[in-house]
Design a protein around this ligand. Structure first.
Ligand SMILES: NC(=O)C1=CN([C@@H]2O[C@H](COP(=O)(O)OP(=O)(O)OC[C@H]3O[C@@H](n4cnc5c(N)ncnc54)[C@H](O)[C@@H]3O)[C@@H](O)[C@H]2O)C=CC1
Length: 508
């Protein structure tokens, strides 16, 4: 198949920070990019590494949302009639195209999100694997057959829901779109996806990929916009389900709106996850785990382990090593292979994170490193939203930095003495997305995993999240699951068919 550029890029090999130009329309339905109807309410979208405007974001209004949903519905009528094997073939082709164009998509993701190219490539690879995984599941979808008295029988049909809406956050723009689309499509649904208005650029590439792979026009659609567009999606009567990734306050609104139409919802919300490091751990691994738990995507990861509980005896060695490695993180141009930390998503997000560091200091925390705005030496990065990764010592459970989700590169370290004490403290949160434990004691590791009030527990690592396993929250971190086989339950409904083989015995 001849390759054509997915998006207007300057000569591909020369793409670097400050060069991407996005001119094409960012909406997609009926199998094509669609220009916004009313360009009056355009808002700038930034390249986080430079602060330069990458493109304009024009939110979709009622008529446009309606068109996208109708486009999805007409695709659903065809797609849902295909055998799982036929859907799988198209999905595998989509995954192949993503792999082929992985570097290109990753570079666009970096330009729009600010994360490093190394991480973006991993995200795009994960997206391709996710589509492959659900392509493998599509042909296995099946019902149950039950024999009844007198030769009668009953069976269940596992049927798709219809038009599903995905609403995404800005931290993993392409990956979130795929994590919602892949299971939805595998199960025979169609999707309308709304990215975060801060990262509108790569979801539309996914729409092009599905089209190129042979999906019916309208199977995966993209509408751009913020709260107003999201509201239109949640209330639309032709929408069967809303899968949401974002903050707790917005999640509550989405649930409330969806409840009016008795729509199913999946909620992937925020977190303030604990990472517990016992003195019998393999210290170097624990240090590396703490860094992976805090600094990926500039700390803007929902399942990050930002409350790091360290057993008192090993605190000095732990801090020395963690600070040494944090100071050594190469920070700067995210398009360069050697960079390990890029720019935060926006100026307001940067200011918010820096303000959290200030409050932490006022409440008695000690900044061991970082926590300041950072100006890389390269002049083109001067307007970028950079800060140095921060480690906070002397933290207490009642401090704001320990209680609230910061969503930036800030690790709060807290000492503990006993297992019983730390478990109680670790669970003392309204969130419950993830948790982690480092110990060489196998029994203790599983005891901790059992007690943690969280959707995941990582033993002797952190943020590994295999896509074959369910991902989601306890408590206010949400409900429903993404990834893994169980997600089929969230994108299908069961119909029971009862077949009478004899005569009707009537009481009347
Ligand atoms: N649990 C998970 O899987 C993940 C959770 N998150 C959470 O997301 C948050 C950061 O993302 P943000 O984009 O700032 O969250 P946000 O809640 O502000 O926005 C999320 C999405 O909801 C849309 N939205 C806003 N108001 C809406 C409304 N009234 N109706 C419908 N849609 C609306 C936004 O445009 C965006 O697409 C963090 O709290 C983070 O923990 C982020 C990534 C993964």
């Amino acid at each position: 198949m001849a390759q054509r550029p997915l998006i207007q890029l300057p000569e591909f090999s020369n793409v670097s920070t400050g060069t991407l130009v996005v001119k094409e329309p960012l909406n997609f339905w009926n199998g094509a990019r669609v220009r916004p109807k009313d360009a009056k309410s355009a808002e700038p979208v930034y390249e986080p590494a430079t602060g330069r405007v990458l493109c304009d974001l024009v939110p979709c209004g009622e008529e446009e949302v309606d068109q996208a949903i109708k486009s999805a519905h007409s695709a659903f009528l065809k797609w849902s009639k295909l055998a799982g094997m036929e859907r799988a073939r198209i999905m595998l082709e989509a995954a192949r195209i993503i792999r082929e164009r992985r570097d290109e998509i990753a570079r666009v993701e970096v330009a729009n999100n600010g994360k490093t190219i190394t991480e973006a490539k991993v995200n795009i690879d994960t997206a391709a694997r996710c589509i492959e995984y659900y392509a493998g599941i599509a042909p296995t979808l099946a019902g149950q057959h039950i024999q009844l008295p007198g030769g009668s029988f009953a069976y269940t049909r596992r049927e798709p829901l219809g038009v599903c809406v995905g609403i995404g956050a800005w931290n993993f723009p392409f990956q979130i779109a795929v994590m919602k689309a892949a299971p939805a499509l595998a199960c025979g649904n169609a999707m309308v996806f709304k990215p975060s208005p801060m990262t509108p650029v790569t979801a539309v590439i996914l729409a092009e990929v599905f089209k190129e792979a042979g999906a019916p026009e309208g199977l995966f659609n993209v509408v751009q916009g913020g709260a107003e567009t999201g509201t239109l999606l949640c209330y639309h009567p032709m929408v069967a389900k809303v899968s949401f990734t974002g903050s707790v306050p917005t999640g509550k609104k989405v649930m409330e709106m969806s409840s009016k139409g008795v729509k199913q919802v999946t909620m992937e919300l925020g977190g303030k996850s604990p990472l517990i490091i016992f003195k019998d751990c393999e210290l170097e691994n624990a240090v590396k785990g703490a860094l992976m738990a805090n600094f990926l995507t500039q700390g803007q990861v929902c399942c990050n382990g930002t409350r790091v509980y360290v057993q008192r005896d090993i605190m000095p060695q732990f801090l020395e090593e963690v600070v040494k490695r944090t100071k050594a993180i190469p920070l700067g141009d995210p398009q360069l292979e050697g960079t390990r930390m890029g720019a935060l998503i926006s100026r307001p997000q940067l200011d918010k994170v820096l303000a959290y560091v200030d409050v932490a200091k006022k409440q008695g925390a000690k900044v061991l490193c970082g926590g300041e705005p950072f100006a890389p030496s390269d002049p083109k990065l001067k307007g970028g939203f950079f800060m140095s990764p921060c480690v906070l010592d002397n933290c207490r459970d009642d401090m704001t930095c320990v209680k609230e989700e910061i969503f930036g590169p800030v690790m709060s370290v807290l000492p503990f003495d006993t297992e019983e004490e730390v478990l109680q403290r670790a669970n003392n949160s309204t969130y419950g997305l993830a948790s982690g434990v480092f110990t060489r004691d196998v029994s203790r590791a599983h005891r901790v995993a059992e007690v943690m009030q969280a959707g995941s527990c990582f033993i002797n690592n952190y943020n590994t999240n295999p896509l074959e396993m369910p991902f989601g929250g306890y408590k206010m971190s949400g409900f429903g699951r993404e990834l893994g086989q169980v997600t089929v339950e969230y994108y299908t409904q069961l119909k029971t068919v009862v077949v009478e083989m004899g005569d009707v015995e009537s009481l009347f």
